[in-house]
Ligand binder design. Structure first.
Ligand code: ATP
Ligand code: MG
Length: 615
């Protein structure tokens, strides 16, 4: 029988095939598996040279003794059936290190005359392929893990039918569904999507490969048994296979409902406030800390008859009455510096009416956490009518008091004549009545005088007859005058303090006002202290009483027109609330200053200073 190998050509070509094949081939002989042949590939796998040929395999590769191979070889040898190993894990020593390899192999028995004489070994190294597979599996596992734990809602839809291939817990919650929907068609799993644009968009992404990214899109979903509106920022991204074909869409979504709803609410709130501001008859505005207007209602535009575009160029100097400008500037500076509210009446030019209109203007600063002013909120109220009425009232009071003064002067004269005549005729009793009449006329004259003064001050028509006079002398005279009408002792601490240049009668009127107040508001006390002294180029006058005093928050208001601490309790302390107003006006116009220190229930000290003059 012709042996296959007996043909030398065949034997040659077979030998070269054997040695050069890209697979490992070896032949093991006998029951101790002596390596008879091993091609280069095989020796390479083993990391051995040709010296192992002729050695039993366990001697040649001691590291396999502890692995499964000896058992397998033995079994094949004994049973005569081949063994197929697939992706078989093997450890092979390479440069002193055991490395992992994977092989597909066949151990087949070699027969000679029906007797097993050895085993042929065919092996292919599949290490790279297996490692890649493992990596891929690990990646997929990691990806799924990641998707499951991520805060994003995420899902994968496959094919034209948009089969839900994957959806993490977040996404299921978003939909208000359970894991049952996985494997279903998206539109069947979530029927409420019908009539909403999402399925169509998904199909467009499938078709075009263009990712779709949405910010704060509205989605209606049936959650907790009812259709609810949510807002999502989401993306649909195409997933491609190795050939570049789109086979699925990856959907990532973040629920931004709370954010969007909060914003909608805030915008609604702002809108409501704006509407409120527009509905008000007042002018309202906000300005930054540089005084630049950031918001204003229509009323401002109407008053100034300008457009919104003209607002940035608006110069307050052109709209405020020239006489009020200095006051306006000063008040602003003080408010800004002291970080306090601003309040001032001034006139603003009304373009349509072509005249100046009185406004009461208020502004309150708004601070940041560090206490710096970030902006101002202001309001202006039209008080023009009130101002006109109050001017009319002043005119009336002026005329009335003026008209009353003349008959009163005659009345006073008659009373004095009457008193003298009665005394002369020895009728002392009736003479006393005539004297009392005179005292009442004096009081009446002073009241009317006050009213007249106020109308003069308000219309700016108070004139001061200034002259140089000895201040100490005036004080002594006035105190003596007042002492006559009270049983309370007025203690006088005085010394010569020089001259002042002012209206002597008016300054006397101030001193009288302060003294009568001290007497009036300190009933049942027996002492009032009057003091004059020099303080750095000024004369300081003060009256201290030990009467009812006044609360701290009221004390600066007593210099206002008609202001009375006790309100209108005329019975306890009658008065018009004009004395201090007039006094303050006189002192200020004489370049002085007036103020009060007071403790409720303990008493008050009213003081003023006037500049001294050198002669
Ligand atoms: P009139 O116009 O007659 O003077 P009046 O005394 O009430 O009336 P003002 O002199 O302007 O008015 O004083 C204003 C208010 O200040 C008073 O009503 C009173 O409440 C308070 N006041 C003034 N002086 C004193 C004082 N010495 N002690 C306590 N309160 C005072
Ligand atoms: Mg008074």
């Amino acid at each position: 029988m012709e042996n296959f190998f007996s043909n030398p050509d065949r034997a040659d070509s077979l030998a070269s095939l054997f040695s050069q094949a890209p697979i490992a081939l070896a032949m093991l002989m006998g029951d101790n598996f002596v390596i008879k042949n091993a091609n280069t590939q095989c020796l390479n796998f083993w990391q051995k040279g040709s010296e192992v040929i002729g050695l039993p395999i366990l001697e040649a590769l001691p590291e396999i003794a502890t692995q499964e191979f000896p058992g397998i070889l033995k079994k094949v040898y004994e049973t005569g059936t081949s063994y197929n190993g697939s992706k078989f894990k093997t450890f092979i020593e390479k440069e002193g290190i055991l490395s992992t390899y994977y092989f597909d192999f066949i151990f087949a028995p070699v027969f000679s005359e029906h007797k097993i004489i050895g085993i042929s070994l065919v092996a292919i190294d599949v290490t790279e392929q297996v490692v890649n597979e493992i990596k891929l599996r690990e990646n997929e596992f990691l990806f799924r893990e990641l998707m499951e734990i991520s805060d994003f809602s995420t899902a994968i839809y496959k094919g034209e039918n948009l089969i839900i291939a994957f959806a993490n817990d977040q996404m299921l919650q978003t939909w208000g569904k359970t894991a049952d929907v996985i494997g279903m068609k998206l539109e069947e799993a979530i029927p409420e999507l019908q009539g909403q644009p999402f399925a169509e968009i998904l199909r467009t992404v499938l078709k075009t490969g263009e990712p779709y990214i949405a910010t704060e899109d509205k989605v209606d979903l049936f959650v907790d048994g009812r259709l609810q509106t949510y807002y999502y920022s989401f993306s649909y991204r195409p997933m491609r296979d190795e050939s570049g074909q789109i086979y699925a869409i990856w959907n990532m979504a973040v629920n931004v409902t709370e954010l969007v709803e909060a914003r909608i609410k805030a915008q609604k709130g702002i809108k409501e406030y704006r509407e409120l501001a527009e509905a008000m008859p007042h002018i309202v505005w906000t300005a930054n800390n540089q005084g630049k207007l950031s918001y204003y209602n229509e009323n401002l535009l109407k008053l100034l008859d300008i457009t919104e575009e003209e607002i940035p160029e608006l110069d307050y100097k052109t709209i405020i009455h020239p006489d009020d400008l200095a006051n306006f500037k000063r008040s602003w500076e003080i408010a800004d510096l002291e970080k306090k509210s601003f309040e001032l009446e001034f006139r603003v030019y009304d373009k349509t009416k072509e005249k100046f209109i009185w406004f009461l203007n208020r502004a309150t600063p708004v601070f940041d956490d560090l206490g710096t002013i970030i902006h101002w909120i202001g309001a202006s109220t039209n008080i023009d009518e009130f101002k006109i009425l109050s001017a009319q009232k002043d005119t009336f009071l002026g005329i009335a008091s003026h008209e009353l003064k003349t008959p009163l002067t005659s009345l006073k004269l008659y009373a004095q004549v009457l008193e003298r005549m009665l005394r002369k005729s020895g009728d002392e009793k009736n003479a006393e009545f005539a004297k009392k009449m005179d005292v009442q006329i004096v009081k009446l004259t002073s009241l009317i005088g006050d009213l007249l003064d106020v109308t003069k001050i308000n219309s700016g028509k108070i004139y001061l007859n200034e002259e140089a006079f000895d201040f100490q002398k005036l004080v002594i005279e006035t105190v003596e005058d007042q002492q006559m009408s009270t049983s309370c002792k007025i203690e006088l601490h005085t010394k010569p303090v020089g001259m002042v240049f002012a209206d002597r009668d008016r300054v006397g009127q101030v001193i009288t006002n302060l003294l009568t107040n001290a007497i009036k508001y300190a009933p049942n006390t027996d002492k009032i202290v009057v003091e004059i002294k020099e303080v750095s180029g000024n004369l300081e006058f003060s009256v201290q009483d030990f009467g009812i005093g006044m609360p701290e928050d009221k004390k600066d208001r007593v210099f206002e027109q008609y202001y009375r601490v006790s309100g209108d309790e005329q019975t306890t302390f009658p008065g018009l609330g004009l004395g201090l107003y007039i006094s303050a006006q006189i002192i200020e116009r004489s370049h002085g200053k007036i103020w009060v220190n007071s403790v409720l229930g303990k008493g008050s000290t009213f003081s003023f200073i006037l500049p001294q003059i050198e002669l």
